[in-house]
Design a protein around this ligand. Structure first.
Ligand SMILES: C[S@@+](CC[C@H](N)C(=O)[O-])C[C@H]1O[C@@H](n2cnc3c(N)ncnc32)[C@H](O)[C@@H]1O
Length: 328
């Protein structure tokens, strides 16, 4: 295959909204039953959902969830035929609430669950959404613009200690105290442009761009409570995915990847595998990918966003013969 064919293949399910990363690996690892029910917890531009629908037989179906109305509107247009035929159901909500959202559709157990974490290219590129330091716009950063506190209110409300914690924890920002103090001094902060100017001034020389990215990432994670959503779905997933079914997670930074790795290994946030008296693992999961799958250099070339992507996959074990998952 030459480079052009390769790029075409890699961009097969891409749209102006978003280009799905590692879509071929996702399909290969996630689909264990071509007539099963799959959940795409992060619909975005619908690229992975589309690839899933194409990989499944007509009786297979996908339920796709997103917190962002733009994603649902786009997918309703792009995948209208599948929505009409009933093979695709689109739901607005937080994937952390997937068990409840699915129950509303009469679904209590699924064959596979995909999470492609973070924000879409559309969210990042739409100036008005406030996710990017490339534009000057109101500081919003909410994936679901219909509810919750936006970045402006958060930034102007938090005390300096909380700001330091957010910047260092979610942004892994080494100069968190210095930047947090500069932000507090400059309040009220209304726009991404104002925020960028303060951060650029407080950042060490030569580190302005990296510092901006870390600060914007930290605020976005805080505004959308992203790690809490991931923790909640990781906790709920063993009861949602049927034995033999799989969980696939694409993460883009170490905070997410560490959580996925530990839970997929052990079923608990510490990553400690508990064993029964015979030495058998009591984890609800069998790790399918011991090391994360990363994008090829060809994919990174055509879709730079894939550079930091890490795909991990685990299979739900059949624990009907095992002792309880949570030791009594
Ligand atoms: C990286 S994009 C997904 C792209 C998608 N896989 C595709 O192929 O186009 C992440 C999407 O997940 C959504 N999202 C992130 N966290 C969410 C959550 N906790 N609940 C629901 N949707 C979420 C975002 O709004 C965004 O549209």
């Amino acid at each position: 295959m030459n480079a052009r064919d390769d790029s075409g293949h890699l961009l097969k399910h891409a749209s102006g909204y978003h280009a799905p990363v590692l879509w071929n690996d996702v399909i290969q690892y996630l689909v264990t039953d071509p007539v099963g029910t799959y959940v795409d917890g992060t619909l975005g531009g619908g690229g992975h959902t589309e690839a899933l629908l194409q990989a499944l037989e007509p009786a297979g179906r996908v339920v796709a969830i997103d917190r962002d109305d733009d994603a649902l509107t786009e997918a309703a247009k792009r995948l209208a035929g599948d929505v009409d035929s009933g093979r695709l159901v689109l739901l607005k909500g937080n994937f952390a609430d997937a068990p409840r959202l699915l129950e509303g559709e009469g679904i209590t157990s699924v064959t596979g669950l995909l999470l492609d974490l973070g924000v879409s290219s559309h969210q990042f590129d739409a100036a008005a959404r406030g996710f990017s330091h490339r534009f000057d716009s109101p500081l919003d950063m909410r994936m679901d613009t219909s509810q919750g506190e936006d970045a402006r209110d958060l930034l102007n409300r938090l005390d300096v200690g909380d700001l330091i914690r957010i910047l260092s924890r979610y942004g892994e920002e080494p100069k968190a105290p210095r930047i947090a103090h500069a932000l507090v001094r400059a309040r009220p902060i209304e726009t991404t442009g104002q925020l960028s100017a303060i951060v650029e001034k407080a950042a060490p020389r030569g580190q302005e761009m990296k510092t901006l990215s870390r600060v914007f990432q930290a605020l976005r994670i805080a505004v959308n409570d992203e790690l809490n959503a991931l923790d909640r779905i990781l906790e709920a997933a063993p009861d949602l995915i049927a034995p033999g079914g799989r969980l696939a997670i694409i993460s883009y930074h170490s905070l997410e990847d560490r959580r996925a790795k530990r839970m997929m290994r052990s079923g608990n946030p510490e990553g400690t595998v508990h064993r029964d008296i015979y030495g058998n693992s009591m984890s609800p999961w069998r790790e399918v990918t011991r090391r994360p799958i990363v994008a090829s250099s060809e994919e990174i070339e055509v879709n730079p966003r894939s550079r930091s992507a890490r795909l991990r996959v685990a299979e739900r074990r059949d624990d009907s013969n095992q002792s309880p998952r949570h030791p009594i």
